[in-house]
Design a binder for this molecule. Structure first.
Ligand SMILES: Cc1cc2nc3c(=O)[nH]c(=O)nc-3n(C[C@H](O)[C@H](O)[C@H](O)COP(=O)(O)O)c2cc1C
Length: 348
């Protein structure tokens, strides 16, 4: 298994600007399009895809699309910025694999809060093996929504995943104690129960749950969520995308919980959320390279009192940004994303 590449923090916060005068304009145009196409495969809550991009010459702007923000579950836009951070990671990775060095400015203009990052292409020296490995997983990675097989996730891989998160400035902590896993399971169940009684939460989930055969290119497809919740022990409540309708996939019996892990950041400002998103995507791609998938359970993080409780009692005061289970699965279904022209502005 590979060790993480530690150059990326410099990539994200570097202020120096270099131009790629030697590269033909056409090659650059092709590269920025390829990088934005990679960005589209980032995860986002309910597959809202809350981003848009603009390209101008050798600069890509990554923007939040607040029309796609979950107003009830995510009023501050935290999950929206995590998603855009994951998309930003894919842009960086794709550019490196194409042979460029991405020069990233995060939140470059306080007067334009929706502009989350700009990425410019600088000449690079070719991608390392690990970048190519992660890049190969961008379209293959899928969110899982059931139990895992009994195969344990190797300890060494868990350490590597923690290193991947640290490389981006976040922390991934596998939850070792059974009691702590039970607490997370209980809080997830409590949050899911509260949300299922709340009309605004329910309507928001239903808005993004796609019926079978829907031609939509966003939202969670019916093949992507189970008709009846699949149990793990302890149980981790799933979102109810069916709303009582006979939608969703059948099959696959109950399974193992897998390894529960929490992604945290030291702060809880907008740049921390973008860091969390980049760390999340790096972790997910590295896991996927070893056939490990993630299931997300973020209900408790959408309830401010529960999130604060988790921060103080389970995360040593750091801010929880994502709760996930990691494990092996035989899932294999295609993902859906909106096409490039819907999300990309070409500027002169
Ligand atoms: C911030 C964030 C929160 C998420 N929360 C959940 C969740 O609570 N339950 C769930 O099943 N999936 C969750 N997801 C996963 C998305 O539903 C998934 O990324 C999206 O449907 C696209 O599918 P894909 O990841 O398979 O490409 C979350 C993703 C992100 C980025």
């Amino acid at each position: 298994m590979c060790r993480p590449d530690t150059h990326d923090l410099r990539e994200t916060f570097g202020r120096e600007v270099e131009t790629v005068s030697a590269h033909a304009t056409e090659e650059i145009t092709q590269a920025v399009h390829t990088a934005v196409e990679a960005a589209l495969w980032a995860p986002s809550p309910h597959n809202t895809q809350p981003w848009s991009f603009a390209v101008s010459g050798d600069e890509i702007s990554v923007r939040a699309d607040s029309d796609r923000q979950l107003r009830t579950a995510d009023p501050e836009g935290r999950q929206m910025l995590i998603s855009c951070g994951a998309a930003l990671f894919n842009v960086r990775l794709a550019l490196r694999v194409l042979g460029y060095r991405p020069r990233v400015l995060v939140l470059p203009d306080p007067d334009r809060p929706a502009l989350l990052a700009t990425v410019r292409l600088a000449p690079g020296s070719g991608a390392d093996e690990h970048s190519r490995l992660l890049h190969g997983e961008i379209e293959r990675r899928r969110t899982h929504r059931a139990g895992f097989t009994a195969l344990p996730v190797p300890e060494r891989l868990l350490e590597e995943l923690a290193d991947q998160a640290a490389t981006e400035g976040a922390r991934l902590t596998p939850v070792r104690s059974e009691a702590a896993v039970r607490v997370l399971s209980a809080l997830t169940g409590a949050a899911q129960d509260v949300q299922s009684q709340d009309r605004a939460f329910g309507l928001e989930v239903l808005r993004w749950a796609r019926p079978p055969g829907s031609p939509r290119r966003d939202g969670v497809p019916a093949e992507g969520y189970p008709r009846t919740a699949r149990l793990t022990n302890p149980p981790f409540a799933q979102r109810d995308y069916t709303g009582g309708r006979p939608w969703g996939a059948d099959g696959s019996p109950d399974g193992s919980t897998g390894v529960v892990a929490v992604l945290t950041t030291r702060g809880d400002l907008r740049d921390d959320w973008i860091i969390a998103g980049q760390a999340l995507q790096r972790v997910l791609l590295h896991a996927s390279a070893y056939d490990v998938s993630a299931a997300f359970h973020t209900q408790a993080l959408e309830m401010c009192h529960l999130r604060e409780f988790l921060r103080l009692e389970m995360c040593s005061g750091e801010y929880p940004q994502m709760i996930m289970r990691l494990g092996f699965t035989s899932d294999d279904r295609p993902g859906t994303r909106r096409p490039l022209p819907e999300v990309l502005d070409e500027l002169p």
